[in-house]
Design a protein around this ligand. Structure first.
Ligand code: 5GP
Length: 201
């Protein structure tokens, strides 16, 4: 059986990445890894579903034990990807999506150079502010901090393999599946195809 593809999906907070991923994972060949974090749960968060919510001590203990593929600090909290959320699924042929910020993404690129790196941008910073304010889950102070973080993160898009603008959700999701199709045509991803052709002898 073919292994799944590891996909890194980064976007500034408020870009509609969550909505995009909800659409993408309707396809059962895709699964979002559930990250660990030390931030406080927001309305709608469910422990073990949206995140594993840990104390600082618990997180650092897991860091020391090497349980993470990557971890990073973001807005005064830790966020990290458990190896157990990734490799068992890839082995089953499922594509695993990591919804992570830029520093963590760069660590994944180092450790897993075969990972497909996608960056999602908002159509404008004005629209990003509008979406964050509309979400209404963060204090004005946190919104400012997230906008500042977004301005720092967006130029990093250049380091990814593909950039998708999330203006209209449907188009952004379409672009994602186009990327996946295009990736299949890459010579370095053609082992399965070549095997099939040679089997026809
Ligand atoms: P939020 O607090 O809005 O859920 O997430 C804040 C940021 O942390 C987002 O950019 C999100 O992609 C990132 N993030 C979530 N999980 C992880 C993770 O496991 N590792 C890293 N490095 N970043 C993460």
């Amino acid at each position: 059986m073919n292994k799944g593809r590891l996909i890194v999906f980064s976007a500034p907070s408020g870009c509609g990445k969550g909505t995009m991923l909800a659409e993408i994972t309707k396809d059962k060949n895709y699964r979002c890894s559930i990250s660990a974090t030390t931030r406080n749960p927001r309305p709608g968060d469910v422990d073990g579903v949206t995140y594993y919510f840990l104390t600082n001590e618990e997180f650092e203990d897991k860091m020391d034990r090497g349980e993470f593929l990557e971890y990073a600090g973001y807005c005064n909290n830790y966020y990290g990807t458990f190896l157990t959320e990734v490799d068992p699924y890839l082995e089953q042929g499922i594509n695993v999506i990591l919804e992570i910020e830029v520093k963590g993404a760069m660590k994944v690129r180092e450790k897993r150079p075969e990972a497909l790196m996608i960056f999602v941008v908002p159509p404008s910073l004005k629209e990003l502010r509008r979406r964050l304010e509309k979400r209404g889950t963060e204090s004005p102070e946190t919104i400012e901090k997230r906008l500042e973080e977004a301005e720092n993160e967006i130029p990093m898009a250049i380091k990814y393999d593909y950039v998708i603008v999330n203006d209209a959700l449907e188009d952004a999701v379409d672009d994602f599946f186009k990327v996946m199709e295009t990736e299949k045509l890459k010579a370095e991803n053609s082992h399965e195809l070549i095997g099939k052709i040679l089997d026809t002898k």
